[in-house]
Ligand binder design. Structure first.
Ligand SMILES: [Zn+2]
Length: 88
């Protein structure tokens, strides 16, 4: 995580979410909900069914945003896009 934060800062970016996989079926598990170590309003959690294999296609993904006092709520997939960039 330290490397991720360092790379983001070096490139003028911020870490605003996490990505992980559930092979075959993307969903937010109970462990995802209770085990989220970073949870602040606006934090995004994206689950991919076959991490990396189908990008930039977002087919089959599940996405959630943390809301203080509510927890993770589903995000409209039209709000998500994959950007291609070369990082320092
Ligand atoms: Zn999960």
């Amino acid at each position: 995580m330290a490397n991720v934060v360092r790379t983001a800062v070096t490139n003028g970016l911020e870490v605003v979410g996490q990505v992980h996989t559930h092979p075959g079926h993307a969903y937010h598990s109970g462990g995802d909900e209770t085990g989220a170590r970073i949870a602040y309003s606006g934090y995004v959690s994206i689950v991919l069914p076959y991490y990396g294999r189908q990008l930039p296609s977002l087919t089959g993904i599940a996405a959630y945003m943390y809301r203080t006092g509510i927890g993770f709520v589903p995000v409209d997939l039209e709000c998500i896009m994959v950007l291609h960039a070369t990082l320092k």
